[in-house]
Write a protein that binds this ligand. Structure first.
Ligand code: TXE
Length: 480
């Protein structure tokens, strides 16, 4: 049984307490590896290593850091197949998705920030006779990066790359549910010649290994992606210590479809935005609002396409959906489907587990599920399900759909389908979301800001937002 190890001070280490957790393959429902059940002792070793490495790493020029990070990016590319297989096995997502989205994006996260630091500019304000001001950005020091299980290496690197590029040293904890690719990345970092202690990866549970990171007095900033509840807890712990906080949390995203949309594209893309990664992407559009005049036509076309989605073993060539990430998550999602029925919803398709044959019979598979007939205020439409479940709701006016769309505690992403550009920009301005797509979904430019408002988080990731989060800027004013 493969034993994953921590990556501390440039070496692969057993957890100090010698304890391990089971790591499941969700497609078979079986334990296939073990992960360190690390504690504050392991976190202390990692913080000490990061502190020791910080002077050397922050003193390197942007070009020197860029070269090492580009080597990591190149090694991710060279190992793309192996990393994709590991990701698919660990998370349950289709292998094709890991190969075309997750791992290429992890590679690009490293190369993007490795080059962004070569082009970053800081303001200079000239006061003429009185002198001038310049912004001096310094890396923060030792920072904590904590990531979730839905896009494991994609989101893990989305945090550590800007942190490292900006000159910080990192203590990182991937989700205990999907630790494998972060472990494989540590081997690539060693191969790339990343100096010991610059990146440290401590595996374990939230309370066991995550909590010691967020409360450690020498970890000066925390970048977190995960559930809103955990985000609240991290904020409560870190805020009184005046740590910089970046929280990318849950979502309950509206997908707003006007009658004048590009109908075929809206249907096709909505299937993707509803069920990609088994609906386990914080950007998925789980509440579909359709202008009443096309409601029945859209519903028919959408449900037909959803019925055709094949749920199967992740390595299956024609599997469009794989397994959800864990037994606990499957039960959570199925619980919400039961709740939807109690709240008066009717299941148009799906609503059950999708049991597989043979070695995959123990896996966590759920049919893509479409529900209509619910009040926009009911729990099913207000709470994050984070699985292959969407609801359909008709609307009669822009005002009404904005009221419904903005009615949840969340404010992460939104999609708007219309050819009326005035309306597109008006609705984009009116919807409480930090990330908005018009006539498309999940089209990403890494230079753009990324993040949400309300219960979807605090701060923005992406581009220079991320780099600047991981620095302390000073204004220096000089008089002749
Ligand atoms: O996230 P958690 P989970 C949503 C989704 C999901 C819910 C919970 O609704 O059902 O969040 O998912 C670490 N101190 N999203 O349980 O618990 C934990 O070990 C420090 C949306 O996976 O938030 C893991 O590494 N760290 C999200 C990370 O936090 C702690 C994607 C996320 O775990 C900790 C995933 C603590 N006290 C889930 N407790 C998105 N926005 O993309 C936990 N952790």
């Amino acid at each position: 049984m493969k034993k994953i190890q921590n990556y501390v001070d440039g070496r692969l280490l057993e957890p100090a307490g010698g304890k391990y957790l089971d790591n499941y393959d969700p497609s078979r429902g079986k334990v296939y590896s073990l992960i360190p059940d690390s504690s504050s002792e392991d976190v202390q070793l990692a913080v000490d290593a990061a502190k020791k490495a910080f002077p050397g790493w922050s003193a390197k020029t942007a070009k020197e850091r860029s070269e090492i990070m580009n080597r990591v990016s190149g090694l991710i590319h060279e190992n793309l197949g192996r990393l994709a297989e590991a990701e698919s096995l660990d998370n349950g997502k289709p292998l094709k998705l890991a190969k075309t989205v997750d791992i290429p994006r992890a590679r690009d996260n490293f190369s993007f920030f490795a080059t962004a630091i070569l082009h970053d500019e800081d303001p200079f304000y000239n006061m003429g006779e009185s002198g001038f001001n310049y912004t001096l950005r310094k890396p923060i020091g030792v920072v904590g990066c904590i990531s979730p299980w839905n896009l494991p290496l994609y989101l893990f690197t989305w945090k550590i790359a800007p942190a490292l590029a900006a000159g910080n040293c990192v203590v990182a904890k991937p989700s205990e549910v999907t630790p494998m690719t972060a472990y494989l990345l540590s081997e690539l970092c060693m191969e790339a010649g990343m100096p010991p202690g610059v990146l440290n990866i401590v595996h374990g549970t939230g309370p066991g290994a995550g909590q010691p990171i967020i409360e450690h007095p020498e970890v000066k900033a925390i970048s977190f992606t995960g559930g809103t509840k955990t985000g609240e807890h991290i904020a409560r712990t870190a805020a009184p210590m005046f740590k910089k906080l970046s929280l990318e949390l849950g979502g309950k995203n509206p997908n707003i479809i006007f009658a004048d949309c590009d109908f075929d594209k809206a249907v096709k893309t909505s299937v993707l935005s509803s069920f990609a990664n088994q609906g386990q992407i914080c950007l998925c559009g789980s509440r579909i609002f359709i202008e009443r005049s096309i409601y029945e036509t859209f519903k028919k076309a959408f449900v037909e396409r959803v019925k055709a989605l094949k749920v199967g073993p992740p390595q299956g060539e024609d599997s469009k959906m794989g397994a959800v990430v864990s037994q606990a998550h499957m039960e959570k999602v199925l619980g919400y489907i039961e709740l939807a029925k109690e709240e008066g919803g009717s299941i148009l398709t799906g609503g059950r587990t999708a049991p597989q044959e043979g070695e995959f019979s123990g896996g966590y598979y759920i049919e893509p599920t479409v529900i209509e007939g619910l009040e926009y205020t009911c729990r099913t439409n207000q709470e994050e399900i984070f699985g292959p479940v969407v609801t359909l709701t008709p609307f009669d006016s822009e005002e009404e759909v904005l009221k419904m769309a903005n009615s949840t505690a969340y404010g992460l992403a939104a999609t708007i389908w219309t050819h009326n550009l005035n309306r597109a920009h008006r609705v984009a301005a009116g919807v409480d979301s930090g990330i908005i797509w018009i006539n498309c979904w999940l089209v990403r430019d890494l230079r753009t800001l990324f993040g949400g408002m309300k219960a979807s988080g605090v701060g923005r990731e992406g581009g220079y937002e991320a780099l600047h989060f991981f620095t302390e800027p000073k204004n220096v004013c000089l008089q002749f």
